[in-house]
Design a protein around this ligand. Structure first.
Ligand code: DC
Length: 228
């Protein structure tokens, strides 16, 4: 069967990562979480004193980009794919509120985007890939055979994020999470370099009232149409 590229874009915490990961597993494709790559670069900036008073020292970060390598370790027994920053497993740290609060300003830096888009395209060279993010169907793989744009209300997304973080033992406040989601939506959709927008040929999936199995059926039927 021919191998295709599947691009899943959408807002923060819209459930697209779970969806993309489960779809990849079902059809035997490689899954790449592009948001994790922006988070790993953000963690690098935080660890190296490149965030001062909530502002990113973009000049210093740009200088270090050639030595920032982001890769993935295939899912282990916990079913989670781990993100590696220069070989170190940083999966837990990149999901913290500290990183979530700084990732959008890091992701607006054009040089950061160019560096990560080049890495993302390398992952897609063999096709047979599901990648989720904000600009996958528009910028990274404009020729992807299947494009999905996931939408859900900010309140539903905040609720999901709170549950996810609490399950991991983080003590979080719903209002703070909702505020963070709204801020990220604003920055993601208003940045100059590849803002979050639906590709003209993407199909919208509004998952406010859909269960995970319903979303999977929807995705599998679209995938079958695209490869069929
Ligand atoms: O999907 P996520 O919430 O883990 O993504 C983290 C941040 O990274 C998000 O606020 C915007 C940015 N991002 C991006 O700009 N482009 C992508 N392809 C993926 C994520």
């Amino acid at each position: 069967m021919k191998k295709i590229i599947i691009a899943i874009d959408g807002y923060s915490s819209s459930g697209k990562s779970t969806m993309a990961r489960d779809l990849a597993r079902r059809i035997g494709y490689v899954y790449v979480d592009s948001g994790a790559m922006y988070r790993a670069v953000t963690l690098y900036a935080l660890r190296n004193g490149m965030v001062i008073d909530g502002k990113v020292d973009s000049e210093a970060l740009i200088k270090d980009l050639p030595q920032i390598e982001v890769s993935f370790m295939p899912a282990g027994s916990d079913g989670v794919q781990h993100t590696l920053l220069n070989g170190e497993d940083v999966e837990k740290e990149i999901r913290s509120m500290e990183v979530s609060g700084m990732v959008s300003p890091v992701a607006v830096i054009p040089e950061v985007r160019h560096h990560l888009v080049a890495l993302q395209r390398k992952f897609g060279e063999q096709r047979g890939i599901v990648m989720d993010g904000r600009d996958i169907g528009t910028t990274v793989f404009p020729d992807a055979e299947m494009k999905v744009f996931v939408d859900a209300s900010p309140e539903v997304r905040a609720d999901r994020r709170v549950k996810e973080l609490r399950a991991k033992g983080e003590d979080v406040d719903y209002d703070a999470v909702l505020k963070n989601i709204r801020e990220r939506d604003y920055i993601d959709t208003h940045r100059e370099e590849s803002p979050l927008t639906k590709a003209p040929d993407a199909i919208v999936l509004d998952n406010d009232n859909m269960t995970i199995p319903e979303q999977m059926d929807w995705l599998l039927s679209l995938y079958e149409k695209r490869v069929g």
